[in-house]
Design a protein around this ligand. Structure first.
Ligand code: RET
Length: 277
């Protein structure tokens, strides 16, 4: 008797896989994601041409860059590029256990840009040196995504170690956004204050769902198709929905004219009561 080899090739399993209907649904969802991101890109392009001023142009450009990145990533995933099976393909179940690399590349580029949109919009609240806050928050955000992808590629205890590292970085990012939410009412211009509260509140709630989807998928509670549907809806809301909230109305045009309510420069030059300059 020959020993039975457990290693079989992907096409063998694909042919035997009972989840063909679900795979089609999965691919359809990715195509829908791609089309919605593209429609977002066209809409924001139109708004940029018709509404943007010299002061607000940056908000339109960043928002377009965000959905352009997502259009490419969804296109790549819909075409089947970058799907990794972290545990190899030894059983039929392993086929469904996969991570899409383009998704994480997209998030690593777009989530810092989304945060930058919020930080620049909150500028009237920010103290001297805020640029370093922006770098730090974007840095923790990238750590969140990179540890997230490492977690997706590992198995067993190692996976959950990196998962919690990612949650730790997420807590820093989310804590910062919630601080802006709480301080927003200090901004004297009502429309800008209201918009900042909506943007920070919306982002805090949506982003919180991502780690749950991740944990439920890798914990074996959700299947791959359900995971993809969740991420697609979340991504469209977090990018296209967020973009519309940011750009519709007059707040992005006004934010530049709002007087700063940051701490006076005087206090910024003191360390524990000692005047520095
Ligand atoms: C991961 C890994 C597990 C732990 C945490 C995660 C957080 C992901 C987030 C993603 C946000 C994505 C957005 C995309 C926009 O299109 C990476 C799932 C905390 C918060 C907003």
């Amino acid at each position: 008797m020959f020993p039975v080899t457990r290693v079989m090739t992907a096409p063998t399993f694909a042919a035997q896989s009972p989840s063909t209907a679900s795979d089609t649904l999965d691919t359809t969802m990715l195509w829908i994601g791609c089309i919605l991101m593209l429609l977002g890109l066209l809409s924001f392009g139109y708004l940029r041409l018709t509404k943007a001023t010299a002061a607000s142009r940056g908000f339109y450009d960043k928002t377009m860059l965000i959905v352009a990145t997502a259009t490419c990533s969804y296109l790549a995933m819909a075409l089947g590029v970058g799907s990794v099976h972290p545990q190899g393909i030894n059983t039929v179940a392993d086929l469904a256990h996969r991570a899409f690399i383009p998704r994480y590349v997209d998030w690593a580029i777009t989530t810092p840009l989304l945060l930058l949109d919020i930080i620049l919009f909150a500028k009237p609240l920010l103290n001297k040196g805020w640029e370093w806050d922006a770098v730090t928050i974007a840095g923790f955000d990238v750590i969140m995504i990179v540890t997230g992808v490492v977690s997706a590629l590992l198995a067993g205890t190692d996976r959950w170690f990196f998962f919690w590292a990612s949650v730790g970085a997420y807590a820093v990012v989310s804590g910062y956004v919630i601080t802006l939410f709480l301080k927003a009412k200090r901004i004297p211009e009502r429309r800008v204050a209201g918009k900042l509260r909506t943007l920070t509140g919306y982002l805090s709630v949506l982003w919180l769902i991502y780690p749950f989807v991740f944990a439920l998928y890798f914990g074996g509670v959700l299947d791959g198709t359900t995971e993809d549907i969740f991420y697609m809806v979340l991504d469209v809301l977090a990018k296209v929905g967020f973009g519309f909230i940011l750009l519709l109305g007059s707040a992005v045009e006004l934010v530049d004219k709002v007087p700063s309510v940051a701490q006076p420069a005087e206090e910024n030059t003191r360390v524990r009561g000692v005047k520095l300059a």
